[in-house]
Design a protein. Structure first.
Length: 147
């Protein structure tokens, strides 16, 4: 059964819900940095975020649907999604997932797609390594491609 959507007031409150393994995964994958970026994006909106972003992300050429997916992705980050195969991003599609991480200055470097069974249905999960364009750190996040 899927976990209900819950909004947390801050990163510390969310971290308290993580088990030790997820905390390790979150730290390894720069989750506090990404959470902070998502939180700022949601509070400021796309235009102000872009104005204050060094690379002027999200890109002005992206269409309304792509921009909506960034917002959905940021909302899911605030919920702690995407760190594990058991709690991946959903409803972003492939393009939305890539655009979300591009907004935070990450480029896709490697992808594994796995088939998973959940509630009697077969799903495909993309597990993607992203590299930060400035410091070259690698993070890995999970996205349910079909659901």
């Amino acid at each position: 059964m899927r976990k209900p959507k819950k909004q947390y007031n801050n990163l510390n409150e969310l971290y308290k819900t993580f088990n030790d393994n997820v905390k390790i995964i979150a730290d390894k994958n720069r989750f506090p940095y990404i959470y902070t970026k998502a939180s700022i994006y949601l509070k400021s909106g796309a235009e102000i975020y872009r104005k204050n972003d060094f690379y002027k992300m999200p890109d002005k050429s992206w269409d309304d649907e792509e921009m909506a997916m960034i917002t959905v992705g940021c909302q899911q980050i605030i919920q702690g999604k995407g760190l594990t195969e058991d709690n991946p991003f959903t409803a972003l599609g492939v393009t939305g997932f890539y655009k979300l991480f591009t907004t935070f200055h990450f480029e896709s470097k490697a992808r594994i797609t796995k088939r998973k069974k959940l509630e009697g249905k077969t799903y495909f999960i993309d597990i993607i390594d992203f590299e930060h364009v400035v410091d070259h750190s690698i993070v890995t996040y999970c996205n349910m491609v079909t659901y």
